[in-house]
Design a protein around this ligand. Sequence first.
Ligand code: MN
Length: 240
Amino acid sequence: MTTLFISDLHIDASSPAVTQQFLTLLSREARDADALYILGDLFESWVGDDAADPDQRAALAGIKALTSSGVPCFVMHGNRDFLLGAEFCARSGATLLPDPVKVTLYAEPVLVMHGDALCTDDQAYQRLRATVRDAGWQRRFLKLSIAARRALAGAARAGSQAHTASVAYTITDVNSASVAAALRASGAATLLHGHTHRPAIHPLTVDGRACTRIVLGDWHTQGSVLRWDRGGPELVSLPR
Ligand code: MN
């Protein structure tokens, strides 16, 4: 049996091909899996459980069909959909995971994260992250009208794209000391994350220990999935 990991689908009504490919994964390969893990940024934007667009509602229904069939689905917050909440879980049958979390896969402990918390060279982003992950900020935001929340999210997205375009490529990647610290604290030898859209399997050494960092890919032009079974992990792209 296989456990599947995906991230960074960025689903919304502007990219129906992504939605379709996700629904196909849910109704076929995922049905035979031990579990499906979605490690953040399932949605391009999520301004509250009451404000899903039609593609996001289709994705929710697809996850519900999967979980109803007996396959567990675990979802982690990303930097775009950190407001996924209790109503999302009720409607999808998915379980929210903390970030970071240690998962045991076929007897191997694996540290799992979205990945944005590792991008510590990007201090402007880390300040923003601390603000929007604050419970009081989130309560105030969710009291706004859906239109006001969408307007603020759109402005934040534009600001984020301008920021990413203005800083060096290495600034928006993970910081190697932060990766080492996370692996050290967890005791795991494998770190699995998304967020950077730079799919790869990186060998590294932490305190003399051989470790591995696996990065999931995004779904902008193709699917990306990590299949993990008793033989270990396999990172593959799914043609669209
Ligand atoms: Mn992200």
